[in-house]
Design a binder for this molecule. Structure first.
Ligand code: NAP
Length: 254
């Protein structure tokens, strides 16, 4: 019997990177995990298989986020597989523009900025708003934010703004949902070795050393460094913590 036995969790973007580590950890803790994906069905299925191989229970569900009707589609897919929810993890996110670029401030278009906000800020807003009828009293919401929400990083100016918006949303959610015993927190990772960073980080020792040096703990983060913090916030042990952004950057720019 795990600490989350009998609970149902949903992890958006749960098939890859940080989301996969969160899905697997919640599965090991005993929760039945809905592993959401947008396009990488194979990765989501692999994550479910890994959870099942470890003795847990999980299922996949698909919905594109950051587009009209996204929250409705996600909850319809969820409702087809589960009856209510205890733990909602809003992890899906992007840091690049629609065409995959990382453009400087002066060159960003309205479409670039609107797309980043649509996926990182607006989608969690409506996923939570429409999820509240499924989320049971005493439940948990954890939003995966970023150190960029508190740090000046002009090279990621719009991305940072989307995460700052998510942090403020988390604070207000905590106040709004406290009467139902629901906690709402965010976790802010630093540089984590996932697909979003693979292009410049993996196989590049100079870039890796630079990235490691940003954290006082002296290495690049791993998805499980973040997943373990999320699991704490999802657990009974964190029942008295709400409205906080927990830094999980390894001590970047302390
Ligand atoms: N990696 C870092 O260094 C870092 C640092 C700070 C914060 N974060 C935050 O951590 C979270 C996870 O990042 P990651 O590095 O694990 O990213 P990742 O490996 O690129 O995975 C992103 C996940 O989000 C899903 N997703 C992306 N766009 C989507 C959309 N439009 N609709 C629905 N799902 C979508 C993807 O679904 P598919 O699998 O279907 O493609 C994927 O599962 C993000 O919110 C990110 O901002 C990451």
């Amino acid at each position: 019997m795990g600490a989350l036995s009998g609970r149902t969790a949903l992890v958006t973007g749960g098939g890859r990177g940080i989301g996969r580590a969160i899905s697997e950890r919640l599965g090991r803790d005993g929760a039945r995990v809905g592993v959401h994906y947008a396009s990488d069905e194979a990765a989501a299925k692999e994550t479910v298989a890994a959870i099942e191989a470890a003795g847990g229970e999980a299922f996949t569900l698909r919905a594109g986020l950051g587009e009209p009707g996204d929250a409705e589609a996600l909850w319809a897919a969820f409702d087809a597989r589960a009856d209510g929810l205890d733990i909602l993890i809003n992890n899906a996110g992007i840091n690049k523009t629609l065409d995959g670029a990382l453009r400087p401030f002066g060159e960003m278009t309205r479409g670039d900025v609107e797309h980043l906000f649509a996926v990182n800020s607006t989608a969690p807003f409506f996923v939570i708003q429409q999820g509240l009828s499924r989320l049971r009293d005493g439940g948990r919401i954890v939003n995966v934010s970023s150190g960029a929400g508190r740090l000046a990083m002009p090279e990621a100016i719009a991305y940072g703004a989307t995460k700052g918006a998510l942090d403020n949303f988390t604070l207000n959610l905590a106040a709004a949902l406290g009467p139902r015993g629901i906690t709402a927190n965010a976790v802010a990772p630093g540089i984590i070795d996932t697909d979003v960073n693979a292009g410049w980080l993996r196989g590049n020792p100079v870039a890796e050393a630079d990235a490691a040096a940003q954290a006082v703990l002296g290495r690049v983060g791993r998805p499980d460094d973040v997943a373990d913090v999320v699991a704490f916030l999802a657990s009974h042990d964190a029942r008295w913590v709400t409205g906080r952004v927990i830094d999980a950057t390894g001590g970047v720019r302390l």
